[in-house]
Design a protein around this ligand. Structure first.
Ligand code: ZN
Length: 438
């Protein structure tokens, strides 16, 4: 069972920033060596099980695509002056671009260049996974300098039969019931969108592995969409064990939290996050499920309908830096990453400790002093709260109300309700029933 974990003094923010710095230059995509190299680096921190699923493998309505790799790409003028080079910023190439090489009329080239006229200094991130195409991305200001008639271009990439790679990390808990933590690993040099999720998932796994949690934890490091579809298609039986889950990304910027509820809308994870936000420890907003966004779309498809929500700060598409070169190392912050990691630990604390109890002295209130309750909870302000919480726990514990139900109804922080329940158990006034009714 996880007890509250406080992480600030251990410098996890700095560790996560270090990992992000290491992963930032790698050109990731939904397949290829970028993903493999990323998983290798994560593997130095937590031992991953890496799966390679061959191109062409069917996964429900989908198929694992050909594997994409890239060596170099550039645009030069005919004097050999470099306009852009993939080695300086991997966003300069359309992700999954087909190969091309030679001299090309500017008019034709410009049809294959993506820019952001509204943000003329930024380079957009663009993909073309499922439709073969070639292309470059550059800042609009640079695009406007293209005055020549002809340019020399090269994209040295391969799109061949290979495999799709994903990583998995499993922590055995007291039960085989699982908590799923899923993050996507398919974006190239973008920090908040995918590297914040990877770094938090890695260090969350690292922290949990040093404890003996109640639930077993399954961490998925997967390419977005196709990765979760492939994983679900190969682990359908496994999904029956998933009791709670979170898709995590976009957790390093300075905005408040956003929690998107599971499709169920009232899963324990949905209630736990709502209660946590209401406690005022962090600022967060709750939004209902909708079938767009990250991999919660697949986990919450009707055939699975898993109790999986999504935790981010800003939402995808809601901030101007989203999917641009401005989602860079300056856009994510060590203290925000650390706060996000702590928030997830606090949410997991609720899930881990959410038991249901039975009052062993249900006929009228027991004499608490006689049972030594006041000795158990000490003096001070906090103990007054715990006394009140103890009355709530005794009153509500008829086997039908979990501690989270009681915390919500009494408008008391979960941790205090939990501490009251522990004190009551020690006084033989309470006993646990089965696990939470998830
Ligand atoms: Zn994205």
């Amino acid at each position: 069972m996880i007890k509250s974990l406080k992480i600030s003094e251990k410098g996890y923010g700095a560790l996560m920033i270090k990992l992000i710095n290491e992963l930032y230059p790698i050109c990731r995509s939904i397949t290829g060596n970028g993903v493999r190299n990323t998983l290798k680096i994560v593997n130095d921190i937590i031992p991953l099980t890496v799966s390679e699923i061959p191109s062409g493998t069917k996964a429900f309505d989908w198929e694992v695509p050909k594997e994409w790799n890239i060596n170099e790409a550039y645009i030069k003028d005919l004097q050999g002056n470099e306009i852009i080079n993939f080695k300086k910023l991997n966003l300069h190439v359309l992700n999954y671009s087909a190969a091309i090489e030679g001299k090309i009329p500017a008019e034709e080239l410009k049809k294959h260049i993506h820019t952001l006229p509204d943000r003329p200094d930024w380079v957009p991130y663009r993909t073309s996974y499922y439709q073969e195409n070639w292309g470059f991305c550059m800042s609009h200001n640079q695009f406007k300098t293209l005055k020549d008639d002809t340019y020399e271009i090269k994209i040295d990439s391969t799109l061949e039969n290979g495999s799709l790679t994903y990583g998995e990390y499993y922590i055995k808990g007291e039960t085989t019931e699982e908590v799923l933590i899923s993050t996507h690993i398919c974006h190239p040099s973008l920090c908040n969108d995918n590297l914040s999720g990877i770094s938090i998932a890695t260090y969350l796994a690292h922290l949990l592995s040093q404890n003996r949690p109640r639930y077993s934890y399954r961490f998925l490091f997967i390419p977005g969409t196709i990765g979760s579809i492939v994983w679900l298609s190969r682990n359908e039986k496994q999904t029956k064990r998933i009791r709670h889950g979170l898709v995590i990304t976009l957790l390093g910027d300075t905005s408040d939290f956003t929690y998107k509820r599971s499709r169920r809308g009232n899963a324990i994870i949905d209630q736990a996050v709502e209660h946590y936000f209401n406690s005022g420890k962090v600022k967060g907003r709750l939004i209902n499920f909708y079938p767009y966004g990250y991999d919660e779309r697949q986990y919450c498809s009707p055939g699975f309908n898993l109790p999986v929500g999504s935790l981010t700060r800003n939402q995808h598409g809601e901030f101007p830096e989203y999917h641009t070169s401005a989602d860079n190392l300056n856009f994510v912050h060590s203290d925000k990453l650390e706060e996000s990691l702590q928030a997830i630990l606090d949410i997991l604390y609720i899930i881990e400790n959410n038991n249901t109890y039975i009052n062993l002295n249900p006929k009228c209130e027991p004499l608490l002093g006689k049972r030594g309750l006041y000795d158990k909870i000490g003096g001070g302000n906090e103990s007054k709260l715990t006394q009140m919480a103890a009355l709530w726990v005794l009153n509500q514990s008829d086997g039908s109300q979990s501690l989270l139900d009681i915390a919500k109804r009494s408008n008391t922080e979960f941790r205090i309700v939990r501490e009251a329940a522990e004190a009551l158990v020690e006084c033989n006034l309470l006993k646990t029933t089965a696990d939470d009714k998830s």
